[in-house]
Design a protein around this ligand. Structure first.
Ligand SMILES: [Cu+2]
Length: 222
């Protein structure tokens, strides 16, 4: 029996215990903060918009409350990046649909045009159905689209001089925004993220969101 080594053993045990408890608390705190009603240090993204879907129905941000959404801004004439990103979004939605966990199949893919001049309701309807049957395609007036882009702090620009019928490209930012059921930004994914990465990340957020919601419900009922 060695006092020194047993003291060290006890200390190490206590240290590990403290370390893990502390780590667990940190993880818990991060989870709480992410889904806390008021979260700081996160860009205030999303928010009021009013657009028209591919069925010609007026849709606002409030229509999507209660669901996770993936929001992407682009334009239907985009030669390569938008189709690639929207294919990826469809892949993500399908993978989430296969998962057995609670709200996975409830994620709504949303495409918002930043080229309202050419992207009519009909054009958007034909476009989104190429990607996913659940995809919501939104367009609107220049003002409505401008307002939605501002809400998401999406940058886009059309060349200044375009004559009628001339083809043009719209420069735009390329992100999927993951919004939670309260319409708040959870995360965003750039072009370099694989579908697999996005799926895992979204699933993690969904589990966290549900755990937080369950914890809040328990606290409230006590
Ligand atoms: Cu594009």
């Amino acid at each position: 029996f060695n006092w020194k080594s047993s003291a060290l053993f006890v200390l190490t045990g206590a240290g590990l215990f403290w370390y893990f408890r502390n780590e667990k608390a940190k993880v818990e705190q991060a989870r709480q903060e992410r889904f806390a009603p008021k979260s700081y240090g996160k860009p205030k993204l999303g928010g009021p918009f009013e657009l028209v879907d591919q069925q010609g129905q007026v849709r606002t941000d409030r229509d999507f409350l209660g669901k996770f959404t993936l929001v992407y801004f682009g334009f239907t004439h985009c030669p390569d990046i938008c189709p690639e990103e929207l294919d990826k979004m469809a892949e993500v939605v399908d993978a989430l649909g296969k998962c057995t966990h609670g709200s996975c199949d409830k994620v709504v893919p949303i495409f918002i045009t930043c080229d309202p001049q050419r992207d009519t309701v009909e054009r958007v309807r034909d476009y989104v159905k190429e990607f996913h049957p659940k995809m919501v395609g939104l367009t609107g007036t220049h003002e409505q689209v401008g307002q939605a882009a501002r809400a998401y702090r999406v940058y886009y620009s059309k060349p200044p001089k375009v004559s009628n019928g001339e083809d043009y490209l719209v420069d735009h930012s390329i992100f999927f925004y993951l919004m939670d059921p309260r319409g708040q930004l959870v995360d965003f994914y750039g072009k370099d993220y694989s579908a697999e990465y996005v799926v895992n990340s979204v699933q993690q957020y969904m589990r966290d969101y549900e755990a937080t919601a369950a914890a809040t419900a328990t606290t409230n009922s006590e």
